[in-house]
Design a protein around this ligand. Structure first.
Ligand SMILES: NC(=O)C1=CN([C@@H]2O[C@H](COP(=O)(O)OP(=O)(O)OC[C@H]3O[C@@H](n4cnc5c(N)ncnc54)[C@H](OP(=O)(O)O)[C@@H]3O)[C@@H](O)[C@H]2O)C=CC1
Ligand SMILES: CC(=O)C(=O)O
Ligand SMILES: [Mg+2]
Length: 768
């Protein structure tokens, strides 16, 4: 490791707080009442519930989502027996990976105990605390016995990551590499460096996948493990001892197709590669430094496929690709073990993710996240891409469901999943934080798919989003754009939607209705200074105008303008050609903001610069109805610099008047004001100022006195609190007309599209 990387790593671990994780409460603990619920006396109710039925531990404690990462520090990475204390950074690392990639909570437990019997007793006694056990960096051969005995004793999954997590990733990499090299698995010769936990488990799985045992030679710190060797042997190594004249790694590699290194740094010398076939597969997986550096191997075997355990080279074969996702699937069905069926399902899912252009629930927008995360890297199945990348957001969507299914089919699931569609939607939240909030909208959009017209149909984000909408069955898209460009982009993005089959395509360069639409445009705009000749030019050149006219004619149910062009320009077209609802005097834009603390809405970020009290009241009612449509109960605060009449500035008076109007227009709405933002969000502060406020808990819809306040608040919250936004949701238009922002992602297009679809449905049903 370079001195620079070491220094950076130490800085990373030390700042801003020592270590990599902390515990966070998931429930409020702000007052006497919370204390009574969380702790004595209320907590006793939860205890009694578990006494009544132990399965309730999964509903009243964090256990079902809690994994123990346990090590005694005897085989830490390739650093050897450095002890449990020095192993702690690695275990904290595993913990944060579990959380980051799969939302699983972990306690890392470094145990100072080398005696297998005692360690087994210690770990077995932890069963009440955890939903599963991940053993880590425990040396062989003890690890085999420890795992086996714990599996027998415990009724929760026990998984030795260095064995099975590694084996699963190696299995997927080998299958894909052999496919590229056009080699049959039962014909290849494999040699290991290492005969420990990881190596032997990989071999067990590879034999299961078809490698012939007689084609394997294993080597350890003493060289080849041959039949008859007595020194430094154990029964686990002995299973792979072969009758061979070779005694060294170099000799053993003669004619070998695969080198599998799970030992220590630098043991594979370049000259040893001369003995291998011309196109070998070199898996040099020791961490942090591999058995051979890829550039050295490449000099001797230029056609080799090379993988390491590191993230700074292509083909990172590392168990991080497996453990978060296999545990997610196992925990979600309450599996009592992680068995071979589940492991094989995981191998296939990892291999397929790279080789198959498979569409899954969120593939098209997930691909954009993947492409952005690995900008500039080749993500086409090939010698430098045989295994998924750790930040591939599809892993969480694809692996847990197949693992869960395998657990159910093999009879080890205690809480089988009944509805995989909902489960998939739930998993999507790990890829996209908005997924949990929008899940109900997806379902509604799918019930009655609407015709959504996209005026910028050539934009890659729109094309990807259309793929998702079609895969999800939630819309009948219409794209405005040049046929040739859209077809090319579909191909470049490796999507599978077909123009004129899966979606309607309107090519403005080859459209026979320009004259008719130009006349309509002139009819609508003739008294606003648009001449017939101009109408003709605008309809031909401005796709938002063309799409708006089709929406006006009822040939589409909803329109998504942008993401090219300014919000103001698109809004102007919408107001001109679609117009406002009869009962409102202006439109408004609401942003949804998803933060760790919850989901909030901010109004009006982009339309009316200085709304009147009447306009504020109208937009609040529209916004509250929209929030309800999302399945969330609106709790409205009219925010201000003034707190319940503490100031009589024009702005404070305006908010008070707006409140008065809202009470008249929608008496049941939980709404109060004017108040400062902290009073709006924190009930205890509000209670000190005005305990009789009808608003309870935290407000979730913040109505701002003007556009500056709304825009500033929204952007500050989004930036500082790492928020995800959905919007702007345009309110008040006569038809479902929405505007995509210039910086929108594919997921953002999908989200606004389904909101637009549901808006169109409500319009048809007369419920908005
Ligand atoms: N990329 C990945 O995802 C993973 C990589 N690994 C890496 O694999 C390696 C082994 O881990 P693990 O199996 O858990 O540890 P173990 O302690 O169980 O096994 C280590 C093995 O390496 C062998 N070894 C040690 N020194 C040499 C040497 N000089 N020449 C040849 N072999 C040697 C040992 O030989 P002996 O039996 O003679 O003592 C033993 O067989 C580590 O580098 C680890 O980082 C592990 C898990 C996952
Ligand atoms: C990756 C891992 O678990 C190891 O190197 O031990
Ligand atoms: Mg490990």
């Amino acid at each position: 490791m370079s001195d620079d990387l070491s220094a950076d790593a130490l800085y990373y671990h030390r700042n801003p707080k020592p270590g990599k994780l902390e515990i966070q409460a998931t429930k409020p603990l702000a007052n006497q009442r919370d204390l009574a619920l969380a702790y004595s006396p209320g907590v006793a109710a939860a205890c009694r519930e578990i006494v009544r039925d132990p399965r309730e531990a999964a509903t009243v404690t964090a256990r079902a989502n809690l994994v123990a990462v346990i090590s005694n520090g005897t085989a830490v990475l390739g650093l050897g027996d450095i002890g449990p204390l020095a192993a702690k950074p690695v275990m904290e690392g595993k913990a944060v990976l579990f959380k980051k990639f799969a939302g699983i909570d972990v306690f890392d437990l470094e145990v100072s105990e080398k005696n297998p019997e005692k360690l087994i007793d210690i770990i077995a006694s932890l069963e009440p605390t955890f939903g599963a056990i991940n053993l880590e960096d425990i040396k062989s051969p003890e690890c085999f016995i420890i795992e086996q005995r714990l599996k027998e004793r415990m009724n929760i999954p026990v998984f030795h990551d260095d064995q099975h997590g590694t084996a699963i990733c190696v299995g997927a990499a080998v299958l894909n590499a052999l496919r590229l090299q056009n080699k049959q698995i039962d014909q290849v010769k494999l040699v290991t460096s290492g005969a420990g936990a990881a190596a032997l488990a990989c071999l067990d799985l590879l034999v299961n996948l078809g490698i012939a045992k007689e084609n394997i030679i294993i080597t350890d710190s003493l060289g080849v493990v041959y039949q008859g060797r007595s020194e430094h042997m154990d029964p686990f190594k002995a299973q792979y001892a072969v009758d061979t004249p070779h005694r060294t790694l170099g000799e053993a590699l003669t004619g070998a197709d695969i080198f599998l290194g799970l030992s220590v740094a630098g043991v594979l010398k370049p000259e040893m590669l001369d003995n291998m076939v011309e196109e070998p597969l070199i898996l040099a997986l020791a961490n942090p430094v591999p058995e051979i550096m890829p550039e050295e191997a490449r000099k001797v075997r230029p056609k080799a496929i090379i993988a390491t355990g590191r993230s700074d080279y292509p083909n990172q074969v590392n168990n991080v690709l497996c453990f978060p996702f296999i545990f997610r699937g196992a925990l979600d069905v309450g599996a009592t073990q992680i068995n071979q069926e589940m492991r094989l399902a995981c191998v296939r899912a990892l291999a397929d993710l790279v080789t198959t252009d498979k569409t899954n629930m969120a593939s098209a927008d997930a691909s954009e996240v993947l492409a952005n995360a690995y900008a500039g890297q080749e993500l086409e199945f090939g010698a430098d891409y045989i295994i998924p990348k750790p930040f591939d957001p599809r892993l969480i969507a694809v692996v847990p469901p197949v693992v869960a299914k395998a657990a159910m089919d093999s009879g080890v699931a205690t809480r089988p999943i009944k509805d995989f569609e909902s489960y998939n939607q739930w998993l999507a939240q790990f890829m996209f934080r908005s997924a949990n909030v929008t899940k109900g909208i997806f379902i509604r959009a799918r019930e009655n798919p609407q015709r959504l017209i996209f005026s910028e149909g050539e934009d890659p984000r729109v094309i990807r989003a259309v793929q998702v909408l079609i895969d999800e069955g939630c819309a009948k898209p219409i794209l405005v754009g040049r046929h040739k460009i859209i077809s090319q982009r579909i191909k470049q993005l490796r999507l599978h939607i077909r123009p004129d089959v899966d979606f309607r395509l309107i090519d403005p360069q080859n459209y026979d209705r320009h004259a008719q639409l130009a006349e309509l445009y002139h009819d609508l705009m003739g008294r606003r200074g648009v001449w017939p000749a101009e109408a003709d030019v605008l309809v031909r050149s401005n796709t938002t105008i063309l799409a708006s006219l089709l929406l006006h004619l009822g040939e589409a149910d909803a329109l998504l303008a942008g993401p090219v062009g300014s919000f103001a320009e698109h809004l102007k077209n919408g107001l001109n050609l679609i117009g406002l609802r009869d009962d409102v005097s202006s439109a408004a834009a609401m942003q949804m903001l998803i933060l760790d603390e919850g989901t909030y809405f901010v109004l009006d970020t982009s339309v009316t610069y200085e709304p009147t009290a009447q306009q504020l009241a109208e937009m609040t009612i529209m916004a509250a109805n929209e929030v309800m449509r999302l399945g969330i109960t609106p709790k409205v605060a009219l925010v201000s610099h003034s707190n319940f009449g503490s100031s009589d500035t024009p702005s404070a008076l305006k908010m008070r008047q707006a409140l008065h109007l809202i009470h008249q227009m929608m008496p049941d709405l939980e709404c109060d004001g004017e108040m400062q933002t902290d009073s709006a969000l924190i009930e205890s502060i509000r209670n000190r100022l005005y305990p009789k406020s009808p608003l309870r808990g935290s407000a979730n819809l913040l109505v701002m006195p003007n556009q500056d306040a709304a825009s500033i608040t929204f952007n500050a919250l989004k930036a500082l609190a790492n928020g995800v936004s959905v919007g702007p949701i345009l309110l008040g238009m006569k038809q479902s007309y929405h505007i995509l922002s210039r910086v929108v992602t594919t997921r953002g297009v999908v989200n606004l599209s389904i909101l637009a679809a549901v808006d169109a449905q409500s319009l048809k049903e007369g419920s908005r």
